[in-house]
Design a protein around this ligand. Structure first.
Ligand code: ZN
Length: 109
């Protein structure tokens, strides 16, 4: 999945000598770790020296180009895999999968 994270250093004129990007885009798979809190997302990096990136969920602005707001990006958002390996984002009682889009209900909720 692709995760877009807001850069907390963005738009702080005078603090940084060069322009800071507004977002960072990370690519990886969600990793289940025992020590992360529900407010953190562990994403694989593909780098063996540093295999997992920990992301604060309230900094996430989009997953797989599905944008969501700060309020719903907290612990009530989860990423699920469809039967064909697709990635869907479940937020509260909505889901980005085609089943929910057409029927307003699906097995991910
Ligand atoms: Zn669904």
């Amino acid at each position: 999945m692709q995760v877009r994270v807001a850069n907390p250093q963005f738009n702080r004129p005078g603090v940084w000598a060069f322009e800071q990007p507004q977002y960072f885009d990370y690519e990886g798979e969600e990793v289940k770790l025992k020590w992360t809190s529900p407010n953190q997302l562990a994403l694989s990096t593909g780098n063996p020296e540093w295999p997992v990136r920990i992301i604060a969920r309230n900094h996430i602005v989009a997953i797989d180009n599905v944008a969501f707001t700060q309020q719903v990006s907290a612990a009530n958002t989860k990423v699920v895999k469809g039967s064909k390996g697709e990635t869907y984002v479940v937020t509260g009682n909505t889901c980005t999968c085609p089943g929910f889009t057409f029927r307003k209900t699906c097995k991910h909720l």
